[in-house]
Design a protein around this ligand. Sequence first.
Ligand code: FE2
Length: 300
Amino acid sequence: MMQAKFDPKVFQLGFVALETADIERTKDHYLKTIGMAETARGDDGASYLSVGYNHHDLVLRPAKQKALLHLGYQLKPHISVADFTRQVRDLGLPATIKTDSQPGISELVEVEAPGANIFQFYSAAEAPAPGFAKSGVAPLRLGHVAVMSSDGDKLIRFYRDFLGFFPTDDIGKLAFFFTCNRDHHVVNILNVPESRVHHIAFQLRDNAHHAVAADALRAAGAKTLWGPSRHTAGHNLAGYHYDPDKVLVELYTEMDVFIPELGLHEPRPWHEYSPMKPRSWGLDELNAWGSEFAFNLAAG
Ligand SMILES: [Fe+2]
């Protein structure tokens, strides 16, 4: 069977930028509890935070209220910012090339996509490698982001038809998972009548790390709201908590590995289907183990 072409223009989610009404409180969570390092401060009061290697994986900018500011994606090496910008403009979308607009990234293009989602695409970023934390959660990397969009159909078309992301699964035709690499999903788009970030997700070292992370959260007064438990779509073992702005943060391990050449996921003993191909899951199939949690993750 012919598989859909897999040729995305980007290869990874670089960073998520959030606005926050109390930057000191929010930053405290990501610095001390998650264990990120501040690599730079912006003239606008923004804080640039690194998991351990990249210049920044998360940006926090002070504002009147919390909001998703933008998402940073890194372009494939053979696609220049200039060429990419032309393609965006051919699509009829506003695109602004910015030079030295943020520390760590000398050139990027900012794109306003459907649903008022702002993207920043770039080719190169500094990697000062401030080191991984020896306390707190200390995750390995930023893995994916989930956004709710009232213009979800258009946003999905931008990801799928323009950026070349591959659809790997959906839940109830409401949550749609897409990848631009071998992770089951790099973005999850919830097509619902609301626009905001649903969660940001960090990968942990291994499953034992879930307990270490949950204890670190508890010590900081942050409750684990859901999980850790195994999802169906993606099969990641995931636990969720709120940051001080009530932005959901997911900590996960064992996410499915997508093989684009075969259009399926690497087989795992816990898969419900063999081969594990992209599929549509039911709205009641969020949790593979059937564990009950008081927190409604779908609404979170
Ligand atoms: Fe997630």
